[in-house]
Write a new protein. Structure first.
Length: 207
């Protein structure tokens, strides 16, 4: 079995102690290279990282705002959150993964590698609450979703923002917004994070 591919990971947190602890965990994992440690509003070092380990424990609002503002070419973000409510908000903001603050280095490393591969990762401790809060899908829901809406839903589950989905599918941002609105209405949910949970229940994506 070959050595894991090296990933440059940027640690983002407004808590200096959290940054230091996460940086130490990364240094102990083979194949992960610390690209830097920054606060939410700080400039990122160059060259850019392959992935971001984003602690949303402090400054949750500002962190979510900056996360939402990242463009489609930004590296995937793995969010560290306090609970399932913050997990949903992190997914809504575009994070590819949501893990609890108790996650160890091995789980962080696995989530970072999965996110870089285009997968969405949700810690198993968050799944029951998110599934419980989401309304059950109608039996004929998959049939009511158009093929294009299913494509958009799958890309939503990969954490892509509207601009990224538009680029991937070769359609306009406005068309993506219409598709997302239709998907939320058909799924009976209010947010992208809830849509991802429903996609899991429908078997359209796997977390």
């Amino acid at each position: 079995m070959g050595e894991p591919e090296e990933l440059r990971v940027l640690v983002v947190s407004d808590d200096p102690l959290a940054r230091t602890g996460l940086a130490l965990l990364l240094r102990e994992r083979e194949g992960l290279i610390l690209a830097g440690q920054v606060g939410v509003d700080d400039d990122w070092p160059e060259p850019g990282p392959d992935a971001i380990l984003w602690d949303l424990g402090l400054g949750l609002r500002s962190g979510l705002e900056r996360l939402r503002g990242l463009g489609p070419s930004a590296p995937p973000a793995v969010a560290i959150v306090a609970d399932e409510l913050d997990a949903r908000e992190a997914l809504d903001a575009g994070a590819r993964a949501a893990l609890p603050r108790t996650a160890d280095g091995d789980r962080l490393a696995a989530a970072l590698r999965a996110a870089v591969q285009g997968l969405v990762v949700l810690d198993e401790s968050f799944v029951p609450a998110l599934l419980r809060d989401a309304p059950p899908p109608a039996p004929d829901l998959v049939e009511s979703l158009t093929p294009r809406e299913i494509e958009v839903l799958q890309l939503l589950s990969q954490g892509l923002p509207n601009k990224g989905i538009a680029q991937r599918l070769g359609i306009s941002d406005h068309t993506v917004k219409l598709h997302v609105s239709a998907i939320l209405g058909k799924l009976g949910v209010q947010s992208r994070g809830e849509a991802i949970v429903q996609a899991v229940r429908l078997g359209l994506v796997t977390l």
